[in-house]
Design a protein around this ligand. Structure first.
Ligand code: FNR
Length: 331
C-alpha cells in the first residue's frame, strides 16, 4: 500500500488514509449562519469519494467574530441541529468530521466598524478596514475564551469528532501570536510567551471540552513579512500547543495568509517538516498539493502525517479516488 493510503489512528479515531479536506469558506449558510442543504451536499459530494477527514469551514464563535455574510455559525444553541446534520452526513461516509472555529478579530465583517476588535487596536499589514479596530479589554479576551468553549460544546453536541482552532491567516488568534499585530503591554502581549498566551489558554480550555475527541490547531507558522513570526517561534508555539492538549498541528500561513497560491507544490511543507521534527504529535500540511505522487511523497519521504488537499478537491470532488487509481496503476 502506498503511504498516502495507509490508515492512521489518532486517539480513538481511525483515519482511513492521509487525505484531509482543509477548511474552505463556501458561503452556503443562511445569513443567520444556519447550515443549509447546499452545505450538506457540498461536503457529502467530497467525503463520499474516500476522504479520511473533513475539516468543515469555519463557524464563527460570536457575532463580532463573524467574517462573512453567509458564514456558518456556532454562536447560538439553535445552530446545533443544522450542524449535527452536517456532522452525521460526513461521518456516515467513514470520514472523520472536524469543525473549524474562528474569531475574525480585526478582520471580522461588521456593519459597525467600531465594533472590530484586535489585540492592540492596530491594523495588520494585510488588513484594509477604514476604521482602526479597538484594542480588546481583558474582559473581552475572557469573553472570547468563553465563546470558544460554548462553540466547542455545541460542536460536540452536534456530533463532530473534534474541532480545529483557527490560529492562521491573520484572524484574531494569529493577530495575538504575531509580533506584527500585538503591541499589548499586559500579559497577552510583548514576549512570545505572552503573545501565545490566548491561544494556549483556548487550547487548554477546549481540551477539557473535547475530552477523548480531537483538538486541532491551524497554525499560521510564518507571516511572510520581515519582523513577523520566526521559525523558532512557530516550533515553540507548536510544542506548547501540544503540551496544552492539541492532538494535530495543521500548518499553514500567518498574516501573509496563503499567499503561496501561485507558488510551487507544497509551499508550507519545509516549515511543516521542521515543526514535525520537534514534535511527537501528528502534523498536517496544506498548500498547493494537487498531484497524487507529490501528496504521497509528503507522507512517505517528508514524514508528515496528513495532507490537506483544498483547491484540487474543489475542482475534482473525486480527488482521493482518482489519486488511488493513479498511485496503484503506477506500481
Ligand atoms: C481557503 N482556506 C481557508 N483556510 C482556513 O483555515 N479557513 C478558511 O475559512 C479558508 N477558506 C478558504 C476558502 C477558499 C475558497 C480557499 C481556496 C482556501 C485555505 C485552505 O484551507 C488551504 O489551506 C489553501 O487553499 C491551500 O491549500 P490548497 O488549496 O492549495 O490545497
Amino acid at each position: 500500500m502506498t503511504a498516502l493510503f495507509e490508515p492512521k489512528k489518532v486517539k480513538d479515531f481511525l483515519f482511513k488514509n492521509r487525505i484531509i479536506m482543509p477548511p474552505m469558506v463556501s458561503e452556503k449558510a443562511t445569513e443567520q449562519g444556519q447550515v443549509t442543504d447546499k452545505n450538506v451536499e457540498y461536503y457529502l459530494d467530497r467525503a463520499k469519494e474516500g476522504l479520511a477527514g473533513v475539516i468543515v469551514e469555519p463557524a464563527f464563535i460570536s457575532e463580532n467574530g463573524r467574517c462573512s455574510r453567509h458564514q456558518l455559525s456556532a454562536a447560538d444553541d439553535d445552530k446545533v441541529e443544522g450542524l449535527s446534520r452536517l456532522a452525521s452526513s460526513i461521518k456516515n461516509t467513514g470520514a472523520v468530521a472536524i469543525l473549524q472555529l474562528n474569531h475574525g478579530g480585526a478582520k471580522a465583517y461588521s456593519k459597525d466598524k467600531s465594533e472590530l476588535l484586535s489585540p492592540s487596536g492596530v491594523l495588520a499589514p494585510n488588513v484594509t478596514q477604514e476604521v482602526t479596530p479597538r484594542q480588546m479589554t481583558l474582559g473581552e479576551i475572557a469573553q472570547v475564551k468563553a465563546d470558544f468553549i460554548k462553540a466547542t460544546e455545541r460542536a460536540m453536541e452536534a456530533g463532530f469528532d473534534g474541532v480545529e482552532i483557527h490560529g492562521a491567516h491573520g484572524f484574531l488568534l494569529n493577530q495575538f501570536n504575531s509580533p506584527l499585530t500585538n503591541f499589548r503591554q499586559d500579559k497577552y502581549g510583548g514576549s512570545r510567551k505572552n503573545r501565545a498566551r490566548l491561544s494556549l489558554e483556548v487550547a487548554s480550555d477546549l481540551k477539557e471540552v473535547v475530552g477523548n475527541k480531537l483538538l486541532l490547531y491551524r497554525l499560521g507558522a510564518t507571516d511572510g513579512y520581515d519582523k513577523g513570526l520566526t521559525m523558532p517561534d512557530a516550533i515553540w508555539i507548536a510544542k506548547e500547543l501540544v503540551r496544552n492538549g492539541v492532538d494535530i498541528i495543521d500548518v499553514s500561513g500567518g498574516h501573509g495568509g496563503y499567499r503561496g497560491h501561485t507558488r510551487s507544490q507544497g509551499y508550507f511543507v519545509p516549515i511543516a517538516v521542521e515543526i514535525k521534527q520537534n514534535l511527537t504529535q501528528p502534523v498536517m500540511v496544506a498548500g498547493g498539493i494537487s498531484s497524487p505522487q507529490y501528496a504521497n511523497e509528503v507522507i512517505e519521504e517528508e514524514g508528515l502525517d496528513f495532507v490537506g488537499v483544498g483547491r484540487a478537491l474543489l475542482s475534482r470532488p473525486d480527488w482521493p479516488y482518482m489519486a488511488k487509481q493513479e498511485l496503484i496503476n503506477r506500481k
